[in-house]
Ligand binder design. Structure first.
Ligand SMILES: [Zn+2]
Length: 175
């Protein structure tokens, strides 16, 4: 059993061969969503099955699953997203070909007869991340700058109103 997936494949050839892959994808390789990912350790499980579908189109079925630690968009604390994305697509060699397909297939554009497996996996993972990713219940993150500027202006004001505060502090160093 393969644990590492191939980096680059020729999907049409794999379809003819009916090839299947089971392996892992390093989370660190999800470079397009790297900014969202807190913990880049670990892997996602990936299974891929190249085949010709009932309409004789070159197709791919598969699954990407595993846990990603991302940033909550409300409190900015880490949160775990359980990814379980089904891959079900048809390979096309041009956008025109994709548009001419009937049947509502999800299509994947193959340029130069090759694809990068990591690109394909990243597409599927990105689709499975919700638009708004937040904990079920948490408090909004309060930017530090907001809190401190309010506190500072309050302090300045108090000191101006009471010029003796400094003297009193000198007289009572213990306070
Ligand atoms: Zn949160």
């Amino acid at each position: 059993m393969l644990t590492r997936l191939p980096v680059e494949v020729m999907p049409y050839r794999l379809v003819e061969q009916g090839r299947e892959f089971d392996g892992v994808c390093d989370i660190a390789n999800l470079t397009r969503i790297a900014d969202l990912i807190v913990d880049k350790e670990g892997t996602l499980s990936v299974s891929l099955s190249f085949y010709r579908n009932q309409s004789a189109l070159p197709a791919l079925k598969g699954q990407v699953s595993g846990d990603l630690t991302l940033v909550c968009q409300r409190c900015l604390e880490p949160m775990t997203l359980a990814v379980d994305a089904s891959i079900d697509l048809v390979f096309v060699s041009s956008d025109e070909k994709a548009q001419s397909l009937q049947g509502g297939y999800e299509t994947y554009l193959v340029e130069d007869s090759r694809i990068l497996i990591n690109d394909l996996i990243q597409d599927e993972v990105m689709l499975s991340i919700p638009q708004l990713m937040v904990h079920d219940s948490c408090e909004p993150y309060k930017p530090l700058i907001e809190a401190t500027s309010a506190t500072i202006s309050q302090t300045v004001l108090e000191e101006k109103e009471n010029p003796f505060a400094v003297l009193q502090n000198l007289k009572n160093p213990g306070k």
